[in-house]
Write a protein that binds this ligand. Structure first.
Ligand SMILES: Nc1nc2c(ncn2[C@@H]2O[C@H](COP(=O)(O)OP(=O)(O)OP(=O)(O)O)[C@@H](O)[C@H]2O)c(=O)[nH]1
Length: 297
């Protein structure tokens, strides 16, 4: 659904439950309770899931008076914490577009402080809780979901190490491992993620998917293991995308002044591609020695 299409959504009257998958790697259930005036303040019947639940994502509207949402959030955290201490609580403070930067920070601080105070009263001090400021009008929602998923990825450290090695050896400015269906990045190198750079990567995915879809048909896929895409921007930056499999792609950003060695990039990305495939095929941490990365130049 595009942001424009959400404008026509009807108001939620009763609790709605949807089971969804997010790419190949994540399954989740959405429970959408009605707005503040109708909301039950009891935790939402999570009994069936409490043992296997890795993360509980709680979305709060930044424009609402969040007193009632806070009660529901606290009750839900207490409920889950008693049953499964490993569950992470990921709180999305949503619809923050249009708010000034200091207002966003104030809302986040106030919510965080209130929640901590209430949880201390219930002797809950070690719950794993993160806060994110999100909006559907920029890429903050993708970035927040990326972090939520990274928090659950067993292979994260290995992936990050590999991406950092490739970044250094190939003189890349930034590299992401992205799910091209939903723009969630599963890992990146050590440098902090600048929102503008991440937006460029999301735009590159859009161009790549749109162009591929023009030529693709079911019996004749246009992309194969050698496919890649480069876009040179007038600001002196080259974007480079290489498929890993039907859902994952590596996206690199190279400044033009650091002479691009296409052969080297191609060779090293191929080594990385093989290593990433191994990580996900086995769905367990494969020792670094096993992963062909000694071939990188
Ligand atoms: N400004 C802004 N509006 C948003 C954002 N996300 C959703 N909306 C809008 O919020 C409205 C309600 O969307 P819902 O997702 O149904 O929101 P809700 O808060 O669950 O509302 P109820 O269905 O009444 O419970 C729609 O018009 C969306 O376009 C956002 O990030 N920013």
């Amino acid at each position: 659904m595009t942001a424009g299409e959400t404008l026509k959504l009807p108001e939620t009257q009763i609790l709605q439950i949807h089971d969804l998958s997010c790419g190949h790697h994540v399954r989740f259930q959405v429970r959408d309770p009605p707005g503040p005036n109708h909301t039950t303040l009891h935790p939402l019947e999570f009994d069936k899931y409490s043992n296997d639940c890795n993360a509980l994502i709680f979305v709060i509207d930044a424009h609402d008076d969040f007193k009632e949402a806070l009660v529901l959030l606290t009750n839900t955290i207490r409920y889950m914490y008693e049953r499964n201490r490993q569950t992470r609580f990921e709180v999305l403070i949503h619809k923050v577009d249009g708010l000034q930067e200091n207002k966003k920070m104030d809302i986040r601080r106030e919510l965080q402080q209130n929640l901590t105070d209430i949880l201390i009263e219930y002797s809950i001090e070690n719950a794993l809780i993160n806060f994110y400021l999100t909006s559907i009008y920029d890429h903050s929602i993708h970035e927040a979901f990326s972090k939520v998923i990274q928090n659950q990825t067993k292979q994260l450290r290995a992936l990050e190490n590999m991406l950092q090695m490739i970044c250094t050896s190939t003189q890349l400015d930034k590299i992401f491992l992205c799910d091209i269906n939903n723009k969630i990045f599963l890992a990146t190198d050590n440098k902090p993620v600048e929102p503008q750079i991440y937006e460029l990567c999301c735009d590159l995915i859009d161009v790549y998917v749109d162009i591929a879809s023009i030529y693709e048909s079911n019996d004749n896929p246009v992309l194969d293991s050698m496919s890649f895409c480069t876009i040179e921007l007038s600001i002196g930056v080259v974007l480079y995308l290489k498929d890993i499999n039907e859902v994952l792609a590596l996206i690199c950003l190279v400044r033009k002044e650091s002479a691009i060695k296409e052969g080297l990039i191609e060779h090293n990305l191929q080594c990385l591609k093989n290593a990433v495939e191994k990580l996900f095929v086995h769905d367990r941490l494969t020792p670094m020695d096993d992963m062909n990365l000694h071939n990188i130049e």
